[in-house]
Write a protein that binds this ligand. Sequence first.
Ligand SMILES: *Cc1c(COP(=O)(O)O)cnc(C)c1O
Length: 420
Amino acid sequence: MTDQNASHPPLLGAHPHDEHLSTHMIHHGYTPPADFQAPQPGVFKASTVFFPNVAAMRQREWKDKSAYTYGTHGTPTTFTLEERLCSLEGGLHCVLTPSGLSAISVVSFSVLKTGDHVLIPDNAYGPNKVLAEGELLAFGVSHSYYDPMNPADMAAKIQSNTKLVWLEAPGSLSMEFPDLVQMVQICQSRSVLTALDNTWGAGIAFKPFNLTGNAQLSVDFSVHALTKYPSGGGDVLMGSVMTHDEALGLKMKLTHMRLGLCVGANDVESVLRSLPTLALRYDAQDQTARALAKWWQGQSACAQVLHPALVGSPGHEHWKKLCTPQGGVGYAAGLFSVMLDPRFTQAQVDAFCDGLSLFKIGYSWGGPISLVVPYKLESVRSAWPSGLKKGHLVRFSTGFENIQDLIADLSQSAQQNLIF
Ligand SMILES: *Cc1c(COP(=O)(O)O)cnc(C)c1O
């Protein structure tokens, strides 16, 4: 055995600056010049944040975004994304969460308590309903599902203990676009909070805090799966909750803090890098989705095309009112479903999906690759949606592939597998 102390050369000896090397490498005197200007904002990583002295540490308030306290409460990187998202939608406060679903849970946990009731549209993003049936119910919060295409049904289901109504426009999978304006008016007149899952709109299709150019007509919370469009890469999981109300903003921040939710700086960096192209990507995927949806309208295998921008699709008029503010073609995400003829077997529908080569089979959307998923709608709904024909629902999300190539792919698999 060698004596380490004796055999080591004096590597850890005194440094010219009177510090030992390891200390010097940590407490180095160099600071890069301020005002570095480049296309992308810097990425700051921290759990620990330094204070100049104890008095400053004691004074600093984590809710105050003019300074920093601890990594979970925000860094220049997370504050930058929150502020950019706020300006996208006209929100006042925003928190980032590890997924779209956790953003939904922040809203529910911040405004609901034991004895309260929450209303959820029957076509809501499925896991929102699963959360209500699981944790919320276990904590003594009851829920009802309402018909999203019947505001009177929603109004009738508002109870004296109803605190929150969830909204989604359009609904997941079946893509019905509700009369958001009327539903928000009803909720406001009954003093019930509204939370919109605005993942589809992405802050582009319409303004949730200013629904008809009227700031009085506004939802209370807007939730996003940043996982979808704002990321745009299919490689990031993140969510956000936004509000334009000071008091609700504080509630939301407290719940977010107490649950210990935060996001990684590299993921935030990815979203910040994607945000400048959000509107361009949204538009490109919208054009592709509409072209494919129109192609399906001409196919005998298809009983119904579900895309809110298509005349005849459930809620098209409501979509038009909200998403074509200047007339013209308006805005829609690159997402649509088709109801394949009920005469097909599920095996044929599955074989059609398997037979596609450009469309990959997988969840989520908003990324560069087109995706397809067949759904058994009856298993996730309390009733078959009123505006929908019977059949097999297949959901498509468009990527950035060439439209003609995508149509050729749909066409070859349909000819191969969708035969009456
Ligand atoms: C994907 C999605 C979510 C959930 O987002 P995750 O980041 O996957 O948890 C929530 N709402 C809608 C409408 C979505 O499409």
